[in-house]
Design a protein around this ligand. Structure first.
Ligand SMILES: [Zn+2]
Length: 537
């Protein structure tokens, strides 16, 4: 958050007639036409189009790995190999997370960090291109959100831009990194703590969606802290001597009852939910250990902290009632609410207008409508064919919703999330239905559209250094004027890299049989022998 002004003083970037900082408005004035930049953008767009097969293979490959958060072993290896092959230097195992990396190419300013998530969803195994629930492996994880597609957006864009940078001798550094364990909001706060974004000028994040879109200001949705409460009691014969035991499970149940009573008196914007990860071993043994895992979500940092304190109080009270001990709590993940940069969003939005939505085929629309009908959506309107009419600014009334730990990055570096149209509208999220499009032409076309936008935005940032300056002006003078980032993770917390290991150990041997082999099959649908689209008669 400092030393960014060195951008100009170091003279690394092209000379810019910059007005004094104070006179500069945060919003970028529409730039004078720059024929060279426009020509390079057109070249990058054409190059991304020519890399369609590369993008498709990456989308299909990661889909086939179907790896849960912190266990993205194959995905990690595949991405690192791809990046190394393309000239990137890769730092592996960053921030104490084995399945995270930072890949770097280029030199000098600006430093542009391209990120996207890579993990999948429990129990979302699904045959792609089939418009009803049809698991590839019953109970196995699968890409029931679409995190298999975002790296292809960034890497395809980066390779197209890199080619231009080499020829034109453009200064700038491209970083590529994975949103490891995003479904656990498990990694990005640790990336910040490890200082991995200290020298980054702009973070361009990308996430699967049903339209091509970007926004600025506070995003709707929540931040959160994810906490595990573990209790310790004493075993006893549950029938012969129950009075000699103390049940840790009682504390878990009492905590959940307490929380659900308190829920009535929480703000409307909150979301909270839990799963019992240890409920004892067998009924005739009084449970000595039991654990419950909570997500506490709110729309700002002080309210997240307040919920967390309430949770801690109820846990202590439950332990007292059950006569058991509350163990030290474990933070398993955290996320700040998201705030996106106005200048970078406006730059991206202008490029979105130039790219527009993909040309969907009859088959694409047939699949989308069949799935929407299958889910009994009131209107089965198929895929989006229109962009949003204008750039979305700050959300007026945030009634709560999901989270993404890109929020932590967004409070440290000017950031936007580019959303690209690789999925079908009207789906439940975190569900097998969200996996259906994700290794089909719908996902592939959406990724190519997203990569075109991303490539153009990177070129804007490389060739118009005033944009980077203005982005930081907004970041400093507007976004962080009153709100300062404080991590939700505590000094003693470490990445929860053991999560999901046992699930992957259980399913991986069977899943391996279905890994995509692009040397033998053009697409993953071909490999699986699935006719596209497969819909009910
Ligand atoms: Zn996501």
């Amino acid at each position: 958050m400092y030393a960014r002004s060195s951008l100009i003083t170091l003279g690394i970037v092209a000379a810019v007639a910059a007005a004094p900082l104070a006179q500069r408005a945060p919003a970028p004035k529409s730039a004078a036409p720059n024929p060279k930049l426009e020509a390079l953008k057109q070249e990058a767009v054409a190059d991304v189009e020519n890399r369609k097969v590369f993008s498709q293979q990456m989308v299909d490959q990661i889909f086939s790995y179907g790896e849960l958060g912190f266990q993205e072993v194959e995905t990690n290896r595949y991405l690192i190999d791809t990046l190394k092959k393309n000239g990137f230097a890769v730092q592996e195992g960053i921030a104490g997370i084995p399945t995270a990396f930072m890949a770097t190419w280029g030199s000098g300013k600006p430093v542009i960090a391209l990120g996207s998530d890579i993990d999948c969803i429990p129990q979302a195994s699904q045959k792609p291109g089939v418009a009803w629930h049809d698991a590839m492996i019953e109970g196995a994880p699968g890409h029931g959100e679409g995190h298999n597609s975002g790296q292809a957006v960034n890497i395809t864009a980066a390779l197209a831009v890199k080619k231009i940078m080499e020829r034109e001798h453009l200064s700038g550094t491209l970083r590529i990194w994975p949103g490891t364990a995003e479904e656990l909001v498990g990694s990005k706060a640790y990336f910040i703590r490890a200082g991995l974004f200290k020298d980054v000028d702009i973070a361009l994040f990308t996430h699967v969606s049903e339209n091509l879109d970007v926004s600025w200001g506070p995003r709707d949705g929540t931040g959160l802290v994810s906490v595990q409460y573990s209790f310790l009691g004493e075993t006893a014969h549950a029938a012969a001597n129950p009075w000699r035991g103390r049940s840790a499970l009682d504390a878990v149940e009492l905590m959940d009852i307490g929380w659900n009573f308190r829920r009535e008196h929480l703000r409307l914007s909150q979301r909270s939910h839990n799963v019992i990860v240890d409920g004892g071993d067998q009924p005739n043994v009084v449970p000595r250990t039991a654990s419950v895992w909570y997500y506490f979500r709110e729309t700002d940092y002080p309210h997240i902290k307040e919920m967390w304190e309430t949770g801690d109080t109820i846990a202590k009270a439950a332990a007292m009632m059950a006569g058991v001990e509350l163990q030290p709590t474990r933070v398993l993940g955290s996320a700040w609410p998201q705030h996106f940069n106005k200048v970078v969003a406006e730059t991206t939005w202008a490029n979105i207008q130039k790219v527009g939505l993909p040309q969907w085929s009859e088959d694409d629309q047939t699949l989308a409508k069949a799935l929407q009908k299958e889910l009994k959506n009131p209107r089965a309107e198929g895929l989006n064919t229109k962009l949003r009419e204008q750039l979305q600014g700050p959300v007026r009334e945030n009634t709560g919703g999901g989270s993404d730990d890109i929020g932590d990055i967004s409070w440290n570096v000017p950031t936007v999330t580019l959303r690209y149209p690789s999925n079908i509208p009207g789906l439940p999220g975190h569900n097998w239905a969200n996996a259906i499009a994700m290794a089909t032409p719908i996902a592939h076309k959406g990724v190519t559209a997203g990569a075109k936008v991303q490539a153009m935005t990177i070129l804007d940032l490389l060739m118009r250094p005033e944009l980077v300056q203005q982005a930081w002006t907004y970041f400093r003078d507007v976004q962080t004027k009153e709100t300062k980032y404080e991590p939700l993770i505590r000094p003693q917390d470490q990445p929860a890299i053991w999560l999901n290991k046992s699930i992957m150990d259980k399913y991986r041997p069977e899943m391996k049989k279905y890994y995509y082999d692009p040397s033998r099959y053009k697409t993953y649908l071909d490999q699986l022998g699935i006719k596209y689209p497969t819909v009910r008669p």
